[in-house]
Design a protein around this ligand. Structure first.
Ligand code: FMN
Length: 180
C-alpha cells in the first residue's frame, strides 16, 4: 500500500462507502462492518455510529483507536458476512481470509485486501447518539488494485456500486482545500 497524504484521507470517505473497522483489544484483532459514517472535517475527522451492542465497541472505547478499511465490490459477500457475525465467538480475519498488516501508528491492523486503509484515533464519543468521532493519523491506498469500485448500503439489504466519475474540480475550486 502506498502512503496517502493525510490531507487527502477524507476523499476516501466523502463518497460514503461501506467500510470495515478493525480493532485490537490487546489480545486479538477484530473487524466489523459500518455503513453509518460521516466526514466531519478536512483535517481529517470522521464519525461512525456504533455502540455496546457490538463486540468491537469495548476495544474502541478502551484503546481509543481503530483502522477504517475501504472494501470494493468484489468483497461484498465478505463485508456482509463480517457484519453478520461477532468477534465474541469468531476469528473474522481467519474466517473471511483477511490479511492483517501492521500500521505505523495504531495497533489495530490494516486489511491488505482492501483498496485503502486509514489509521484513526478515537477523539470523542457522543454517548447520547452512539457517535464515535475519529481523527485520521495515517492513510494508505493500494494503487496496484484493478477493482476500485466501492459499495454503498441502501439499508434494506441492497447495495449500490460506484458508477461514473464526473469532474467538477474547476467549478468547485474555491471550496477545495489546498493540495486536494
Ligand atoms: C452492511 C452492514 C452495515 C452495517 N453498519 C453498521 C453501522 O453503521 N453501525 C453498527 O453499529 N453496526 C453496523 N452493522 C452491524 C455490525 O457490523 C455487526 O453487528 C457486527 O457483527 C459487529 O461485529 P462485532 O460484534 O465483532 O463488533 C452493519 C452490518 C452490515 C452487514
Amino acid at each position: 500500500m502506498r502512503q496517502l497524504k493525510l490531507n487527502k484521507a477524507f476523499t476516501l470517505m466523502e463518497s460514503g462507502p461501506v467500510v470495515l473497522v478493525t480493532t485490537h483489544d490487546g489480545q486479538k484483532d477484530n473487524v466489523m462492518t459500518i455503513s453509518w459514517t460521516m466526514v466531519m472535517d478536512f483535517t481529517p475527522v470522521f464519525a461512525i455510529t456504533t455502540g455496546e451492542w457490538n463486540y468491537s465497541y469495548a476495544a474502541l472505547r478502551k484503546n481509543k483507536e481503530c483502522v477504517i478499511a475501504i472494501p470494493t465490490v468484489d468483497m461484498l459477500d465478505k463485508v456482509v458476512g463480517i457484519g453478520t457475525c461477532s468477534g465474541a465467538d469468531t476469528d473474522k480475519f481467519s474466517r473471511f481470509r483477511l490479511t492483517p498488516v501492521q500500521g505505523k501508528v495504531v495497533k489495530s491492523p490494516l486489511i491488505k485486501e482492501c483498496l485503502a486503509n486509514i489509521e484513526c484515533k478515537v477523539i470523542d464519543i457522543v454517548k447520547k447518539h452512539n457517535i464515535v468521532v475519529l481523527e485520521a493519523v495515517a492513510a494508505y491506498v493500494d494503487t496496484t488494485r484493478k477493482e476500485k469500485r466501492t459499495i454503498h448500503a441502501v439499508g434494506d439489504g441492497t447495495f449500490i456500486v460506484d458508477g461514473r466519475k464526473i469532474d467538477r474540480r474547476k467549478m468547485m475550486a474555491s471550496k477545495l482545500p489546498y493540495g486536494v
